[in-house]
Design a protein around this ligand. Structure first.
Ligand code: ADP
Ligand code: MG
Length: 210
């Protein structure tokens, strides 16, 4: 993966988040404080400025994206995405391109950070209900020699389904957990926005803009 493709993931993500901003806010309104779309849109708008301004390698570019999320997004998603992306950045090489395996390792580092920091597990109705199984699929696929494009293609549908499945769960982490049983019946906003990241990845690999 080269730096142009890498930045395209984030541009696509910023666009999809912006297009879904009100929907994400409405999901968060049901089980939180109605700001997830606004939070992510603000962070990603700043992040792609960093991407456009970056002329270093993958590590530097992704670090700028992480810092943009940390400095502009409050709340759980800012801390989790921001600190996770710092780990992703540290795991990427300083060069302008990396292998598919290195890219998948950096996604792994992101997910491990979100997991360590937020302490949510599978089924707790969070962004990890998308990222944990997606990470496992990516790791297994790359180990088996499958291409990132094929994996990303498959994960578009799978992550959308995993996000939709959070509707039936009771939230055990984050703001929604205060609602207990009443959190059931609503899709988790962070899980939905995470599924948009896989759509962004797939579009970037296919050479498309969102
Ligand atoms: P806040 O909850 O502070 O208002 P956001 O609304 O931007 O922040 O983000 C909420 C999302 O963050 C949730 O939908 C959930 O997916 C995710 N989240 C919250 N707490 C955790 C956690 N401990 N681990 C993983 N994800 C979490
Ligand atoms: Mg919120």
């Amino acid at each position: 993966m080269d730096d142009a493709e890498f930045c395209q993931i984030w541009r696509n993500f910023a666009k999809l988040i912006e297009e879904n901003r009100e929907y994400l806010n409405s999901l968060d309104a049901a089980i939180g404080d109605a700001d997830h779309g606004t939070n992510m849109a603000r962070g990603m708008a700043k992040a792609i400025e960093s991407c456009d301004g970056a002329n270093g390698g993958l590590r530097e570019t992704s670090k700028a994206i992480a810092m943009a999320m940390l400095s502009t997004v409050g709340g759980a998603s800012g801390a989790l995405w921001g600190s996770g992306l710092l780990k992703l950045s540290a795991s990427l090489p300083e060069t302008r391109s990396c292998s598919e395996r290195e890219f998948v390792e950096s996604v792994d580092a992101f997910v491990t950070s979100v997991h360590d920091r937020g302490k949510a597990n599978l089924g707790d109705k969070t962004m990890l209900d998308v990222f944990l199984p997606a990470r496992d699929r990516l790791n297994a696929g790359v180990a088996a020699g499958e291409s990132l494009l094929m994996l990303a293609n498959e994960l578009v549908g799978e992550t959308a389904a995993w996000a939709a499945n959070t509707k039936d769960l009771i939230a055990l982490k984050g703001r929604a957990a205060y609602l207990g049983e009443r959190s059931r019946g609503h899709v988790d906003p962070g899980a939905f926005s995470s599924s948009l990241w896989f759509k962004s990845l797939n579009q970037a690999l296919e050479g498309k803009r969102a």
